[in-house]
Write a protein that binds this ligand. Structure first.
Ligand code: GDP
Ligand code: MG
Length: 377
């Protein structure tokens, strides 16, 4: 299922979405649910606005995607299970923050809870599942931004998208946007129907709405898990977490912990005393203090690692978020990092990346007034 949303196309054409929708309506285009446009319609609209469409070879897109592939051949027989990484998205005020707060408070052991001194943009909770206590990583950055910015840069760190829909409000624009993000990234969706404690809450109506846009609840024979919760009262949150773990189990999430680390930056900034600090999600291998990393255009030797509770750790394995001190520069969210064997190599790689970025930038400038259909992928 590929397509460009009307929002994305309007943005690319620098026109209002309303104007675009008006034009599409006049051409007889009708939507049922998601406002996704296929290639032919995108071309028709671009013609009207005198914008050239650059077609991109799907093979090339595939190739680019492979380059972002995180495993090497050598890893394949050494893969071990890794925790799932989850992003919570949904319309404003539907309860994302309340849900995250509840999960964090209830699932981070009381003794540890006091240790949450500073947010690092992600945290780890332990979920009882299948007779065990399994770790699960939640990204704390506002879901849409994290998805949008990282998707634009080709990064994919999320394994599961939890989309919160308020039972007294139903599907709203940012709900649709969240669904579109998750679909575009090929990430499985779990729906949390929230605020079931409220007067006027109608979970059935929400399920009806969702099925009308192609998300059929498991309860009704479809394949989308939907859990009815009250984030405020903590009702059914355990069900939600269990559902997330089931979806994770089906994905067979794996990585090779016994190799040098690779992963993605999810947050970065400049700290007055520590200098550049970045939160990494390790996606393959194990990151250790003393490792030499290249990260976007930044390089450095890892001086210290801090976990999601601000506690100093020596290493971080697959899926684990960790704050890194020791970079010479502030990288960007979505930048990939990897461990290399020397600072010279790190600098060379950083230089090559900077060069590639400059070229991309020049190409982008030359292509102004053109849309690349790779964004359809
Ligand atoms: P966000 O914008 O999606 O992060 O939404 P918030 O978590 O900030 O919640 C928006 C409002 O809805 C707040 O006033 C919450 O207290 C309230 N809220 C969130 N979850 C629930 C719920 O399960 N039941 C009720 N009654 N209110 C809720
Ligand atoms: Mg919020």
């Amino acid at each position: 299922e590929k397509g460009m949303s009307t929002e994305e196309l309007a943005y690319n054409l620098a026109i209002g979405e309303g104007e675009l929708l008006g034009y599409l309506y006049s051409k007889g285009v009708r939507f049922h649910g998601l406002r996704t446009l296929d290639r032919d319609i995108v071309k028709m609209v671009c013609e009207k606005y005198n914008v050239e469409v650059l077609d991109v070879d799907p093979m090339k897109v595939e190739e680019m995607a492979k380059k972002k592939e995180i495993f090497d051949e050598d890893d394949l027989d050494k893969l071990k299970e890794r925790p799932p990484v989850i992003t919570i998205m949904g319309h404003v005020d539907h309860g994302k923050t309340t849900l995250l707060d509840y999960i964090r408070k209830s699932k981070v052991a009381a003794s540890e809870a006091g240790g949450i001194t500073q947010g690092i943009g992600a945290y780890k909770v332990q979920v009882p599942f299948d007779g065990k206590s399994l770790p699960c990583i939640f990204l704390d950055t506002p879901g849409h931004e994290a998805f949008g910015a990282m998707r634009a840069r080709g990064a994919r760190v999320t394994d599961i998208a939890v989309i919160v829909v308020a039972a007294d409000d139903g599907i709203r624009p940012q709900t649709n946007e969240a669904i579109a993000h998750a679909k575009a990234a090929g990430v499985p969706i779990v729906i949390a129907i929230n605020k079931i404690d409220k007067d006027g809450a109608s979970p059935d109506r929400v399920m009806q709405e969702l099925s009308s846009i192609g998300l059929m609840p498991e309860e009704w024979g479809g394949d989308i898990p939907m859990v009815k919760i009250s984030a405020l009262r903590g009702e059914n949150i355990d069900d939600l977490l269990e559902t997330i773990m089931l979806v994770a189990e089906l994905q067979e999430l794996k990585a090779n912990p016994d190799r040098t680390a690779k992963g993605t930056v999810i947050e970065a900034g400049l700290d007055k005393s520590k200098g550049p600090v970045a939160t990494f999600i390790v996606q393959n291998g194990t990151l250790r203090t003393g490792d030499i990393v290249v990260c976007g255009e930044a390089v450095g030797k890892v001086r210290a690692l801090f976990d999601d509770r601000g506690i100093r750790v020596d290493e971080a394995g697959p899926s684990i978020p960790v704050q890194v001190i020791g970079l010479n520069n502030v990288p960007l969210a979505g930048d990939e990092f990897e461990v290399v064997s020397s600072l010279d190599i790190a600098r060379e790689k950083a230089e090559a990346r900077a060069e590639a970025l400059r070229e991309e930038h020049i190409a982008a400038k030359a292509g102004e007034g053109k849309i690349t259909l790779s964004s359809l992928a």
